[in-house]
Ligand binder design. Structure first.
Ligand code: ZN
Length: 417
């Protein structure tokens, strides 16, 4: 794309607009993490984009530039939430907790943004609480509709929020799991929340916590589809700029360490800001998230993880051991591309999602097979790419011990389980 050696133009912060001059980590060139290659596409070229995360020196939002429109990424998405048992269980527990906490019932209205295949809303349906899903991927929304979950196929923003509010009414609860980080137009999205939220209503959003990403070395959660990397104090500023106040926060173990924020209209004083908010914000400041130097140390940590993983793979390879992968998640693709791991190190990977089976990982072109392949080929090591699910996966496939097979996780550091 660059015809000359002049550096690419630095992008502007998607929250405050300042030019981004500080690198958080530069992971080189990478393809989109969800574009799994079909066999017929193996002779085609692939598009790679810079995977360069910046931190804004003004507001401290960590972000990657938008190279591809969300339309291109999410309109035909292969990720189905229901393929993770622990995620569906997480959703069920959330529905129990929030229904009780907010006193939701048959006269309430719940809207989930990025409702995927209905993995979560099905639990509201079962409780008789009216709900609506908003999901941009038509193929995924169809699956939810088949489960009896009313769904609007569109991207969420100010305009669609107004349309949904006039068609279905405002929402007492708006929720979004792993969506806030995936919107390039942050202002438009948060303004949409403001428009759709009923008086006295609550917004909850879950997203991976930047503090955990840094402390636990989770650089592989950086990919093009994931535009922002969020800390509590930055999200507070973003929401405040749209008349929304964060009044509570939960820390969660999901996705390697997430937070769930609870927001309300700024003028709704019936819900005081809890101590949990004050405490987590204080911990972020203690960790230096409001100082630019803190962010500049991350790159070296990432390089060391790459060296350690390659050390392990080269050693296994020299000893004649076979290593295969488990899973083909977005984070796996960042890891494999950045560490330059191809079929020479991972014979294949497996995934429960039939939409991915028979395809190849983007960029690295490692075949994605059905999980049964592991039992058939008896590998010495199985590298768990969605390391956040290591307990679930190693339990489901504990039979690899029958032939002396071992599970390995790459993050936070290479560990043979
Ligand atoms: Zn900024």
């Amino acid at each position: 794309m660059n015809e000359t050696l002049a550096p690419a133009q630095e992008p502007n912060c998607r929250f405050c607009g300042q030019v981004l001059e500080h690198t958080f980590v530069d992971l080189g060139m990478s393809p989109l993490c969800q574009t799994h290659i079909e066999p017929a596409g193996l002779n085609e070229m692939e598009r790679f984009y810079p995977l360069h995360a910046y931190v804004c020196a003004n507001c401290f939002l960590v972000q990657v530039d938008e190279f591809v429109s969300p339309d291109e990424i999410f309109s035909d998405y292969a990720y189905l939430s229901s393929y993770s048992d622990s995620w569906v269980e997480h959703a069920r527990r959330y529905v129990e907790m929030i229904s009780e906490r907010l006193g939701l019932g048959a006269s309430s209205h719940v809207v989930e943004i990025a409702s995927n295949d209905g993995y979560l809303l099905q639990h509201f349906v079962a409780k008789g609480i009216p709900c609506l899903g908003v999901e941009p991927a038509a193929n995924v929304a169809e699956i939810a509709k088949a489960k009896g979950i009313e769904s609007e196929v569109c991207f969420f923003g100010e305009e669609s929020a107004k349309r949904i509010a006039s068609k279905h009414g405002k929402a007492n609860l708006i929720l979004g799991n792993n969506v806030l980080a995936h919107v390039p137009t942050l202002h438009d999205f948060v303004q949409g929340l403001k428009e759709l939220l009923a008086d006295g209503g609550t917004v909850t959003m879950e997203f991976p916590h930047l503090l955990k990403l840094m402390q636990l070395n989770q650089f592989d959660t950086i990919y093009h589809e994931h535009f922002s990397y969020l800390s509590l104090f930055v999200v507070e500023k973003v929401f405040a700029s749209h008349g929304l106040t964060l009044y509570h926060v939960d820390e969660l173990p999901t996705h390697g360490g997430s937070i769930r924020i609870y927001a309300r209209h700024a003028e709704d004083e019936s819900k005081p800001v809890t101590e949990a908010v004050e405490q987590l914000r204080a911990r972020e400041f203690e960790a230096g998230l409001d100082q630019i130097e803190t962010y500049s140390r991350f790159t070296e940590q990432v390089k060391e993880t790459k060296r350690a993983l390659l050390d392990f793979l080269i050693r296994a390879n020299r000893e004649g051991k076979t290593v295969v992968g488990y899973g083909a998640p977005g984070k796996g693709n960042t890891l494999l591309n950045y560490c330059w791991i191809r079929e020479n190190f991972l014979a294949y990977t497996v995934d429960r999602n039939p939409l991915k089976q028979g395809r190849y990982t983007p960029g690295t072109r490692i075949p994605i097979l059905a999980p049964e392949k592991i039992r058939e080929t008896k590998p010495d090591y199985v590298l768990i790419l969605p390391w956040n699910l290591k307990e679930e996966i190693s339990k489901q496939h504990n039979y690899i011990a029958e032939w002396g097979g071992r599970f390995v996780v790459p993050i936070p550091e290479v560990e043979v389980l």
